[in-house]
Write a protein that binds this ligand. Structure first.
Ligand SMILES: [Mg+2]
Length: 171
């Protein structure tokens, strides 16, 4: 059970995730979270760096879909200019959105990575659904209301796993 909270990888930010490395590993698709993963939760639009990152993935034929527990308006306003498919109100950590998106991408689970900043939604959901998960450091330390509660639980889980020697990255 506890291993479902453990990401396969942990990186500082999405910019540490390179399409060439993904290609070498046979990865053809990315399912990514939005808030505090791509931009801060209270930033409306993609930054030039994020736009560049999406272009880079496209150049390498890596399909990207955004799945977010946030509302339609937020996710649509962000995703549309990037020409990226998205799922809003995804109800992560439930598996449904992850599975549906992989099917729409016409990719196998082994060909897709799940990226996100939260253990309780992105990592747990991605793991349960059977994907390779990558945890990123949240862009800002503040969060929306619901996330604040999740973070408290997350901190406890991370503390426990660190004690058990399951994780080695810096806080
Ligand atoms: Mg997030």
């Amino acid at each position: 059970m506890i291993k479902n909270f453990l990401p396969n990888e942990h990186v500082k930010s999405i910019f540490d995730i390179q399409p060439s490395t993904l290609n070498e590993r046979g990865i053809k698709g990315i399912i990514t979270d939005l808030d505090n993963t791509l931009v801060a939760w209270d930033v409306k639009d993609a930054t030039p760096e994020v736009i560049q990152w999406f272009k880079l993935m496209e150049d390498y034929n890596i399909k990207v879909t955004i799945i977010s527990n946030n509302k339609e308006e937020r996710v649509k306003i962000f995703s549309d200019p990037l020409n990226t498919p998205f799922v809003f109100s995804a109800r992560k950590p439930l598996s449904k959105a992850f599975i549906t998106v992989a099917r729409k991408m016409e990719l196998k689970k082994e060909e897709v990575v799940v990226i996100g900043d939260q253990v309780l939604t992105d990592v747990l959901g991605g793991n349960i659904a059977g994907f390779h998960t990558i945890l990123v450091v949240p862009i800002v330390q503040t969060d929306g209301k619901i996330t604040k509660i999740n973070r408290k639980i997350e901190r406890r889980i991370l503390k426990y796993m660190r004690k058990k020697g399951k994780i080695s990255w810096e806080e």
